[in-house]
Design a protein around this ligand. Structure first.
Ligand code: GLN
Length: 230
């Protein structure tokens, strides 16, 4: 009321998992914040929809689209498996997995990961990669930070998680861990996109157009600088 908004296209219920900094985390005011949250709010502005953020387990986001939530933004990598269930927007960020190791670890390359105890976040591309490593004993946690805590406790030998959260955790535990780049392990690039209900091309077009506009008008770069590069 009185905000001059002309939002007439309803509410977009957006699922995320607010435990993946800097893309989504719980802010000081107790509400979800982060790059993805800011991006989807900016998209909401462009398409004239109110955005309501629903914080949930990462592992249940894809199956909730079209039910509890309309779309999901959660640093989610486009994968063929997920594309069987949902559509994706145009990618908005390129990422790669990183490896968090105890400080001074001898782990340096792909071969060194064989037969290790590896911590990952449940249902993520980090888990899918770890599952393919010969002899690996994989422990999957609901939150990536819990895997990092178990690394600090010595319960796992390393953690495989997306590079930006890895860097945040690496800063948090700068005395005890090192973060190694995915290129050292031949990990493939990954592309984050917004997960959308399958076949809803009208919504996909609107969201893709909004992303393109936000890139053109400088909002996207501003959010990268604010949330990812600071
Ligand atoms: N990018 C990873 C994936 O899509 C992890 C995402 C996350 O944990 N939020 O599986």
């Amino acid at each position: 009321v009185g905000c001059g908004s002309a939002k007439s296209n309803g509410t977009l219920v957006v699922g995320t998992n607010a435990a993946f900094p800097p893309f989504e985390y719980i802010g000081d005011d107790g509400n979800p914040d982060g790059f993805d949250v800011a991006l989807i709010k900016a998209i909401g502005e462009k398409i004239g929809m109110d955005v309501k953020i629903q914080d949930m387990e990462f592992d249940s986001l894809v199956s909730s689209i079209g039910g509890k939530i309309d779309v999901a933004i959660a640093g989610m990598t486009v994968t063929e498996e997920r594309q069987k269930t949902v559509d994706f927007s145009e990618p908005y960020y390129e990422a790669v997995q990183a490896v968090i190791v105890p400080k001074g670890s001898s782990i340096k390359s792909a071969d060194d990961l064989k037969n290790l105890k590896i911590g990952v976040q449940l249902g993520t591309t980090g888990e899918f990669i770890a599952d393919e490593i010969e002899g690996a004993e994989v422990s999957a946690y609901n939150k990536a930070i819990d895997a990092v805590n178990d690394l600090n406790n010595g319960r796992v030998d390393c953690v495989i998680v997306d590079k930006n959260p890895a860097e945040v955790f690496g800063t948090q535990f700068a005395d005890s861990v090192d973060v190694l780049p995915g290129t050292d392990f031949d990990f493939e690039p990954e592309f984050y996109a917004i997960a959308l209900p399958k076949g809803n091309t009208e919504l996909a077009d609107k969201i893709n157009n909004a992303i393109a506009e936000l890139k053109k008008d400088g909002t996207y770069d501003k959010l990268v600088a604010q949330y990812i590069e600071e």
